[in-house]
Ligand binder design. Structure first.
Ligand code: MLT
Length: 409
């Protein structure tokens, strides 16, 4: 008899964004005429930049020429792309990352979910609350957590509440943890940490031999000059951090798929005898066994993001989405709602009017305004009473959504 991985039984029925899609589809089924605007899942709406399209087409053509055709590529990504990533994302900020510390993949979601495999199941994870659900769910599936309790939290996980009282910024854990998930600019709250604040985490990890799994998927949206783009801008982070990056939101790759993870060679995991093992080597071992790399045309397209025209076009894309975020933030603020994010992040996190429950507000906006957002409670217990809107819509839909929200206040 084939038995189930019991850990899957601890999970709620469906993944947050699948649940939202399900509810929207039911509503659409009952109201086929409804003109729904989605500012829910962070999915981009602008086409890929022309420089990216040109590079992808050229690469596809090469695949038709016997001398240029490529079969399996290196699992860690082609050097032509990894060199560009090192140069543009890290060297330009004075951060020393070598090419064999860069792992190209098909998504930061997968990488953040898969990375936990390298750690002992006895390790304790710490997550911000609210949190991007993938960090938690992947650890539940692996068996690193206890059961879901009445508070809607898993036993054996350290939750770090992000509330108005702490400015939506997690505070250092008071009990010992081994794996710390941080995401800045934060999904869902849009809040960022200063270098000094991030340094506290790096110092904590160094003192406690913990490892920080740092999700920087939204770093390209940072507008203010002093906000760190990479955890590796912080002294000592090379010993204790891994960083996840993505072109999904930065360059419109949500459907094209290309991301990259930085695993410095200085980070170590310890075995039962206390002997150190290189995390970088373990990730090479994992990826070369379970992953066959990103397709050549997609990597060629990704490299074009860092060409002169590509950089200019991506900057325009980001400005477009950040203007949407500004429009949302300013409008909600004028309505008297408490708003976070939207300054260095495409996400705007708002306190629901009249202390409505997140899912009630979701239903209200869907039914009365035909606007879809993401209920804060879907990101964790501390997200209850909050709601997330994204700047990733079209300008026209963003403006329309705001008018409709205003009308239904
Ligand atoms: C989100 O809306 O939080 C993201 O789009 C989800 C993701 O990137 O997987």
């Amino acid at each position: 008899m084939a038995n189930i991985n019991q850990n899957y039984l601890k999970l709620p029925g469906s993944y947050l964004f699948s649940e939202i899609a399900r509810r929207v589809n039911v509503y659409k089924g009952d109201n086929p005429q409804a003109d729904i605007i989605s500012l829910g899942i962070g999915d981009v709406t602008r086409p890929l930049p022309p420089a990216v399209i040109a590079a992808m087409k050229k690469a596809v053509d090469e695949m038709s020429i016997p001398e240029k055709f490529r079969g399996y590529g290196p699992e860690q990504g082609y050097d032509f792309l990894r060199e560009k990533l090192v140069e543009n994302d890290f060297k330009s900020r004075g951060v020393d990352i070598s090419i064999d510390e860069v792992f190209v993949s098909d998504g930061a979601k997968n990488d953040t979910a898969n990375f936990q495999e390298l750690f002992s199941l006895e390790n304790i994870i710490a997550v911000s609350d609210p949190v991007y659900p993938v960090y938690i769910d992947s650890n539940v599936m692996a068996g690193r957590t206890g059961e879901l309790n009445v508070k809607g939290q898993y036993d054996n996980v350290v939750y770090l509440p992000c509330t108005e009282a702490n400015g939506m910024k997690p505070t250092l854990p008071s009990t010992k943890v081994d794996m710390i998930y941080l995401c800045f600019p934060n999904n869902p709250t849009g809040v960022t940490l200063s270098k000094e604040e991030l340094k506290e985490w790096v110092d904590y990890a160094r003192a406690n031999k913990a490892i920080i799994l740092f999700d920087a998927a939204y770093e390209a949206f940072i507008q203010e000059p002093d906000v760190p783009h990479s955890i590796f801008e912080i002294e000592g982070a090379r010993e204790v951090a891994v960083e996840f990056r993505s072109l999904s939101k930065t360059a419109g790759f949500t459907g094209t798929r290309c991301a990259y993870t930085i695993v410095p060679k200085d980070v170590m995991l310890y075995d039962k005898l206390g002997e150190a093992h290189s995390l970088n080597s373990l990730w090479v071992r994992r990826q070369s066994t379970k992953f066959n790399g990103v397709s050549y045309p997609v990597q060629a397209a990704a490299a074009a993001v860092f060409s002169e025209e590509g950089k200019k076009q991506v900057k325009e894309l980001i400005s477009y989405y950040m203007e949407n975020a500004r429009i949302i933030r300013v409008a909600l603020d004028k309505l008297g709602l408490k708003v976070f994010g939207g300054v260095n992040s495409p996400y705007v996190w708002l306190k629901t009017p009249e202390n409505m429950k997140s899912w009630d507000y979701f239903d209200k906006l869907m039914k009365e305004a035909n606007v879809i957002g993401t209920p804060g409670a879907g990101f964790g217990a501390s997200g209850e009473g909050y709601f997330r809107l994204t700047g990733f819509g079209t300008r026209e839909n963003t403006n329309k959504a705001i008018e409709r929200i205003k009308a239904k206040m």
